[in-house]
Design a protein around this ligand. Structure first.
Ligand code: NDP
Length: 315
């Protein structure tokens, strides 16, 4: 059985940053990429809000650079999907691709989250060409234009008000006659003059051509009335799903499936298992916060392993 000191599951900014730190601490970490090597940033064109890149950087390129940086210090990056974990004993056991079992002294979970989509074929067609699931990442590209946001939770309210500062007009598409967002966030939306809320409204189709999105066809689900809005950007804010299916029943999570960590740290309820990045963060969800928490995870793992070693030498 393969034995490793530090095993990292996931290859977004959190996973690679954890790998850089763990590798530089001399642990020769092993990282499994998961099904989407590079994570959510590989679905973004330009990243302009990651400090250190004054001219921005292409998302996939940034992930290639992070991988190279992790490898430079000795991280072993493997392509594979973790399909099962057994945290009942120690060391922990992790199964990759349903067959390869690894024994790990510390496990850093960095499996991220996946933005939810409506399921329209046009969403995929115009992904990165007008369709985005992150206003903070992509809003800037739509400044001075009209855009639509779909959703009615805190994310939708936050994204709509964020976009309203950049865009000429924001159409907020809400499927019911009320919003789920907190009262204060709703108030902010209502008090922003260039946001129009479309109640009881669903998205039938995102419209566009070779240049990207140029409109959206909506349907009122009470009156069946159809309308078309001219927009250049279509932002999804209907929630995220943390990628935690394999940890169900094994590790403590909140009601939405995000892994619970001890406040101000990356410690989970299982000794020697740490959670970093979006898999444990439903509020900030930025590449830079994920990277920061990846660093914390590696430092927490390092401290844990040092304490474990001291414990064994005294036994
Ligand atoms: P939520 O699950 O809270 O809300 C999702 C919204 O999307 C709901 O209003 C839902 O409508 C709508 N929706 C879901 N599916 C569809 C669909 N197919 N078509 C149209 N609308 C749809 O997700 P959020 O990302 O907004 O928030 C997640 C968590 O993060 C929450 O706990 C939130 O409070 C927190 N958060 C906090 C922030 C802050 O404090 N600053 C900022 C962002 C998030 P319906 O209401 O009809 O079900």
């Amino acid at each position: 059985m393969e034995k490793v000191k530090v095993l990292i599951i996931g290859s977004g900014p959190a996973g690679y940053t954890a790998a850089i730190y763990a590798a530089r601490a001399g642990f020769t970490p092993v990282l499994y990429t998961g099904a989407q090597p590079g994570g959510q940033l590989t679905t973004t064109n330009d990243v302009e809000n990651f400090p250190g890149y004054p001219d921005g950087i292409n998302g996939p390129q940034m992930m290639i650079d992070l991988q190279k940086q992790a490898e430079r210090f000795g991280t072993k990056v493997n392509f594979g999907l973790v399909t099962a974990v057994d945290f009942s004993g120690y060391p922990h056991k992790v199964t990759v691709d349903e067959k390869h079992v690894i024994e790990a002294e510390a496990v850093i979970i960095a499996t991220g989250a996946t933005a939810k989509y409506l399921g329209l074929p046009s969403e995929q067609k115009f992904a990165n060409h007008g369709v985005s699931a992150c206003a903070v990442c992509d809003g800037y590209f739509y400044r001075g234009m009209d855009v639509a946001v779909v959703g009615a939770g805190d994310s939708a309210a936050e994204e709509a008000t964020y976009l309203a500062k950049l865009c000429t007009h924001v159409h907020l598409i809400v499927r019911r006659d009320e919003m789920r967002a907190s009262k204060i966030m709703q108030q902010r939306v209502r008090n922003t003059p260039n946001i129009t809320i479309h109640w009881n409204t669903e998205t039938d189709e995102i419209l566009g051509d070779d240049h990207g999105v140029n409109g959206v066809r909506l349907r009122n689900n009470k009156t069946a009335e159809e309308t078309t809005l001219a927009v250049k950007g279509f932002f999804l804010a209907i929630g995220h799903k943390p990628n935690t299916d394999i940890f169900k029943g094994v590790i403590e999570m909140d009601e939405a499936g995000y892994i619970k960590v001890q406040p101000g740290s990356t410690h989970t309820n299982v000794e020697g298992v740490f959670a970093v990045g979006d898999v444990a963060d439903k509020v900030y969800r930025q590449a830079i916060t994920a990277a920061g928490s990846g660093c914390m995870g590696a430092l927490d793992a390092e401290k844990f392993l040092a304490a474990k070693e001291a414990e064994l030498s005294h036994a």
